[in-house]
Each structure stands twice: as C-alpha cells, then as structure tokens.
Design a protein around this ligand. Structure first.
Ligand SMILES: [Zn+2]
Length: 230
C-alpha cells in the first residue's frame, strides 16, 4: 500500500539529502552521454532543432514526466535535473560563444552539399544524409535537376537551404526526378552529353564504358536543361 499524499515521499521520495547531489551528477553524465550518442548517430538535427537543443528537450521532458506517475521519483529530484540541465545549457552556450571549436562540437557546422550544380563529394560522403533523401528535399523545393542549383547547404538544424541560378544561367544538370534518374546506364551506346549519377558532373562521352574522373562513378544519365518554374 502506498500512503497517499505523503509530501515527504512526493517531493523527496524519502531519499537522504546527499541523494540530491547524486541526481546532479547523474544528470550531468546522462546529458553529456545523450549528446555524445546523438552526435555519433549522425549530425542531422530534427526540423529546426540542433542536436544540442534536442538533448535539452529530451532531458527536460524525461525529468518532468517521471515524477508525474512514478511513486518512487521525488518531484524535487526532477527540479534538480532542471537546474543542472539549465546550468549546462548556459555553460555550453557561453562556451560556444567563446570558442569556435566548442561551437562546431555542439552545434555542428553548415556544410556545402552542392557547389555550382555539382555535389561537393567530400562533404556529401561525410554527412549521414542519403542521396535519395537529399533529392527528395530538393524536389520539395521544386528543383528538377542540379543545373538549376548554384549552392545547397546542410544547416546545423538538418534543414537544407538552396540557392538557385537565375533562369538565363541554368546549366545542363543531373535530373533528380525519379523517372529520369532511373534511366541511368553504365554503357554509353550513343556519344553525347551525359552526367554522372553520383556527383552530377556533366561530360561529353563517346560510346563505351566510362568512369567519372571526379568520383569514379560508372553510371550515367542524359542531363536535362529545363528552367525553373516558380
Ligand atoms: Zn561523378
């Protein structure tokens, strides 16, 4: 039987005062642990939130939720977690303002994914972002092919920002419409202009098999040259 409305239990769960210190240490460890795991899992945040902000929400949410219905979690202990998380938040925010290294560590940094209509391959490989996922993001911004895109960046929030060429500067580029992208070939049967399916490089190819001199990709598709409809 749990005695109802025993305030000593509700607030402190009958734990000794020294346990509050342990809660503070536990919170710090779990906060940093969570940050590390999410960082290793891949750097993309979730819409508008950096990994650092996600960790704060998870920590606060979990601390707030548990004492709501677990009889053995004291409300005061949750408050300790709040205080520790807020202190860590203030500390890390202060540190990120002081040091670019800490800022990169906790907030990540903006990466260029498309440069002048082609993939920035080195950057792209390092990010945990699949090509089809990226294409989907571009299609949602009405992009038909990479030749329309001057720059695209992966923001620390996980969002993608896109900058377009003006209509008269649109180049031939890799189509990201699935029905065209799927028409890729590894053997060129008619010479002409093709683009690499991996990095978007546009090249004149003769009949035969070719590998891309930028990314060593072996699949090619005919580029398209449509202007952007806005
Ligand atoms: Zn290539």
């Amino acid at each position: 039987m749990i005695p109802m409305f025993d305030w000593n239990r509700i607030l402190f769960n009958d734990a000794p005062g020294s346990f509050l210190l342990e809660v503070a240490v536990r919170s710090t460890i779990m906060f940093l642990g969570l940050l590390l795991v999410l960082k290793i899992a891949g750097k993309r945040g979730i819409k508008q939130l950096s990994i650092f902000e996600m960790v704060i929400i998870i920590s606060l949410g979990s601390a707030a939720g548990d004492p709501m219905f677990y009889d053995d979690v004291g409300i005061f202990h949750a408050f300790i977690v709040f205080v520790v998380v807020m202190l860590l938040y203030r500390l890390i925010t202060w540190l990120t303002g002081k040091s670019p290294f800490v800022e990169k560590l906790f907030e990540g940094k903006t990466e260029c994914l498309i440069d002048e209509g082609k993939f920035s391959m080195k950057k792209f490989r390092r990010e945990s972002l699949a090509q089809d996922e990226f294409f989907a993001e571009l299609r949602l911004r009405n992009v038909e092919h990479l030749g329309q895109v001057r720059k695209a960046y992966l923001e620390t929030s996980g969002d993608i920002s896109v900058f377009f060429y003006p209509d008269d500067a649109v180049k031939e580029g890799l189509s990201i419409l699935p029905e065209l992208f799927q028409k890729q070939v590894s053997y060129i049967s008619a010479s002409g202009t093709y683009c690499c399916c991996r990095c978007g490089e546009v090249k004149q190819l003769t009949t035969g098999a070719h590998s891309c001199f930028i990314c060593q990709g072996t699949n090619w598709v005919v580029p398209i040259y449509t202007k952007r409809t806005t």
